[in-house]
Design a protein around this ligand. Structure first.
Ligand code: ADP
Length: 261
């Protein structure tokens, strides 16, 4: 708490009155810490691929360009790091747009079965390349939610992308949906995997910006650490919420709860 005391003469009173003002600065301090952490994270995340690009370029300029055996590999690393920077910038811009509500959201009734089918189609090649069995559990084909179709696609794509990324070869990913709430006023869409899971102690943090359970593994998979944060903010902008259940080494289930249209 911050305390400020003002001594003010009160009208018609011989003695000045004392006004004590208590400000709760705990919340302000918390927000300031979040902002500073975010800036530190952003600069670290941007600097790492840039340093890598610079190091490989210098090596090439210092003679490795003539090394026919290795130059291809070095150039490939430069391309990978440039892709990583690109993903990071795209994700940061998406998050900034959602948070400042600049993104024009067009709320309509979105058919769940149709949007889930479209997302699954996008990820079939990625799943096949890891021999992951990716499929829909057919639900009520008439269920629709109040959402922006593009935004809902971003939410499901991020969850399916993670499910495939964090599930070893030969695993399974299922997407399902059902009505929920006493009067069936909500719809839950779930993405379930048989992947590496998330330890209980880490679960509350996975929706934080740049939080990763295993930083090295996430990077290796091309992750930015912003996907779940984007999912959370978009879902909230639709008046919904996202939750997760997970068991280490067994699998995870992410559920998006949205208002039924
Ligand atoms: P990233 O780009 O690192 O995947 P996300 O914000 O999408 O970032 O996810 C944050 C972290 O949560 C990931 O780094 C990973 O540790 C964990 N995570 C997300 N989805 C899953 C999943 N389906 N299975 C296991 N861990 C997951």
């Amino acid at each position: 708490f911050a305390l400020s005391v003002q001594v003010t003469p009160l009208p018609g009173e011989p003695c000045p009155g004392v006004v004590t003002v208590l400000h709760d600065v705990t919340e302000l301090r918390r927000l300031e810490t979040i902002r500073q952490d975010f800036l530190a994270n952003v600069s670290h995340e941007l600097k790492t691929p840039l340093s890598s690009i610079k190091a490989y370029t210098e090596t090439l300029l210092n003679g490795a360009i003539d090394d026919t055996e290795n130059r291809g590999r070095f150039l490939q690393r430069i391309e990978e790091q440039a892709d990583r920077l690109n993903n990071l910038i795209q994700d940061m811009l998406s998050l900034a747009r959602i948070e400042s509500a600049q993104q024009a959201l067009h709320f309509t009734a979105v058919g769940v079965a149709q949007i889930v089918a479209a997302c699954l189609e996008d990820y079939t090649p990625q799943a096949q390349s890891k021999q992951i069995d990716l499929a829909i559990v057919p639900g009520d084909a008439s269920l629709a939610v109040k959402a922006d179709p593009e935004g809902l696609r971003v939410i499901l794509n991020n969850l399916i992308d993670n499910a495939i990324k964090y599930t070893p070869e030969g695993g399974r990913v299922r997407v399902s949906w059902r009505g929920e709430g006493e009067a069936g006023e909500m719809v839950a869409i779930e993405v379930e995997d048989t992947g590496i899971g998330i330890p209980k102690s880490k679960l509350p943090r996975v929706f934080e910006r740049f939080y990763r359970v295993d930083r090295a593994r996430s990077r290796e998979m091309g992750g930015t650490g912003l996907g779940l944060s984007i999912v959370k903010h978009l879902t909230q902008s639709f008046g919904g919420r996202v939750s997760v259940r997970s068991e280490s080494q067994t699998g995870s289930t992410f559920s998006v709860h949205l208002q039924r249209a």
